[in-house]
Design a protein around this ligand. Structure first.
Ligand SMILES: Nc1nc2c(c(=O)[nH]1)N[C@H]1C(S)=C(S)[C@@H](COP(=O)(O)OP(=O)(O)OC[C@H]3O[C@@H](n4cnc5c(N)ncnc54)[C@H](O)[C@@H]3O)O[C@H]1N2
Ligand code: MOO
Ligand code: MG
Length: 421
């Protein structure tokens, strides 16, 4: 008698996995190596930026009060008493009707509150002194980049859990982070299972296929921000597989297997969970693809039994493994970002289960639009290649039509979503 499994809803399944609390750890890496890593602390401004008033243009710093009344008909002449380049600090006090030649980025003399651009002045030499002539008044604060205008000491500038991008790196350098606190990358073990599997380097032969899932999952693990520990392919032998999985579990927090979770004679994972004494959280989810996704916990570890079918395996990873990884990377939005989009093609297949259709999302007439990126069966590989989103089609309907409003999960996004989506 074949085992009958009771499916649980996708949201119950996600919640069961997320109820297993995983915490991240911190490590410090040189700033030059922090690209793409996830911040382990909020970045707080430790000083004002800029930390002094400065000139945003090459020109002349002066006291705006002295410029009142300057006009084309009545040009003013001020003596230039000092010349300052960026990095220099003013040495002389600036008095009434005096100016200082100043370059972009230079600290303003304390007495000055405006800068007139070089192009608006004419230089005159008289009695070996230099003067500028200009024909307009300046307002207080005109052309001054003020202390603290970019950031004020104490401002929280970047939240913990953010993926470090070039802009965040600029902020880190501004505040002197030669070493950056980042989340340690969780290490995730991967096994492919199935006696039909050939390695990528082997020629195809009758009845066998190349193992594509372990390469796909490894790439998903890296995209999520973790490291892969690949343990290889397991043939369908219970004792060998059990021992390999038992040993691997000692080296990782999370272990992914692909294949062998359904009800076939060689689907060994259910037995393996049993023999390990792992608690199966669920072994059937009301979703397509990936209904056979099985997740078990053993002590403080999680075993993700993803489907062998490539698209089912892919979806299972994004829904259940990614949020755990992102939680360990300190994200408070660990789930895939959900957006609203217009369905760009009919999707008439009815299904009692919630569907996650591999789709390509693009902008069309100012709106997000999704179209399937290929065939929608769980054993299909090629539709994954062009997919940048999973479109959620709720179950229990007669299908969907072009123009319907739907929700899609973004696969390449770094922003994420809180739960529930
Ligand atoms: N009687 C039933 N049969 C099946 C059911 C069911 O409920 N009752 N569920 C079907 C669904 S849905 C799925 S999904 C699959 C899941 O199967 P398994 O997770 O047990 O995976 P396998 O049987 O090992 O393999 C399925 C399929 O995927 C290929 N595969 C496996 N590993 C890889 C890999 N590393 N790279 C590429 N392709 C891989 C494998 O050759 C099979 O074709 O079960 C249905 N059956
Ligand atoms: O679990 Mo299967 O992928 O639903 O087709
Ligand atoms: Mg099977």
């Amino acid at each position: 008698m074949v085992e009958r499994r009771t499916p649980i809803s996708v949201s119950d399944a996600v919640e069961k996995v997320m109820s297993k609390k995983f915490e991240g750890a911190v490590e410090w890496v040189p700033i030059s190596d922090c690209d793409g890593r996830f911040l382990a602390e909020d970045i707080v401004a430790t000083h004002d930026v800029p930390h002094f008033n400065r000139a945003p243009y090459d020109g002349f710093a002066l006291r705006s009060v002295d410029t009142a009344g300057a006009s084309r008909e009545n040009p003013f002449e001020f003596e230039v008493v000092e010349e300052l380049g960026a990095g220099m600090v003013p040495q002389k006090p600036v008095k009434e009707d005096q100016a200082v030649r100043i370059m972009t980025g230079t600290q303003m003399p304390a007495e000055c509150d405006a800068v007139i651009m070089l192009e608006l002045t004419e230089e005159i030499k008289k009695d070996s002194r230099i003067y500028i002539r200009f024909k307009r008044p300046l307002k207080k604060g005109e052309n001054v980049s003020f202390k603290g205008e970019d950031a004020k000491k104490g401002d929280v500038l970047v939240k913990k859990g953010s993926m470090i991008n070039p802009g965040i790196k600029a902020v880190l350098a501004t505040f002197g982070y030669d070493k950056v606190p980042v989340a340690k990358k969780p290490v995730i073990g991967v096994f492919a299972t199935g006696s039909e599997l050939l390695d990528v380097s082997e020629p195809i032969e009758p009845g066998k296929i190349r193992n594509s899932n372990s390469y796909m999952i490894s790439a998903q693990i890296k995209r999520a921000g973790a490291d892969v520990l690949y343990f290889g392919q397991l043939v369908d032998n219970l004792e060998v597989s059990l021992e390999a999985i038992r040993q691997a579990l000692e080296k990782v927090d999370l272990l992914i297997t692909t294949g062998g979770v359904s009800v076939g004679d060689y689907d060994l994972l259910p037995d393996i969970y049993d023999k390990l004494g792992a608690e199966v959280l669920f072994n059937k989810v009301g979703m397509r693809p990936g209904s056979v996704t099985t997740i078990a916990s053993l002590e403080n570890k999680i075993l993700f039994g993803l489907s062998g079918n490539p698209s089912a395996c892919y979806v299972g990873f994004e829904l259940f493994v990614r949020p755990i990884v992102r939680t360990m990377l300190f994200s408070d939005k660990p789930h895939l970002q959900k957006v609203q989009a217009i369905l760009g093609a009919d999707f008439k297949k009815p299904n009692p289960f919630m569907r996650f259709v591999r789709t390509k999302i693009t902008y069309k007439n100012g709106q997000l639009a999704v179209v399937p990126s290929g065939m929608d069966k769980s054993n299909i590989i090629t539709s994954l290649a062009g997919s940048n989103s999973l479109t959620i089609l709720p179950g229990g309907t007669r299908g969907f039509s072009e123009g319907d409003t739907v929700f899609a999960l973004l696969l390449d996004d770094q922003e994420g979503s809180v739960w529930p989506w």
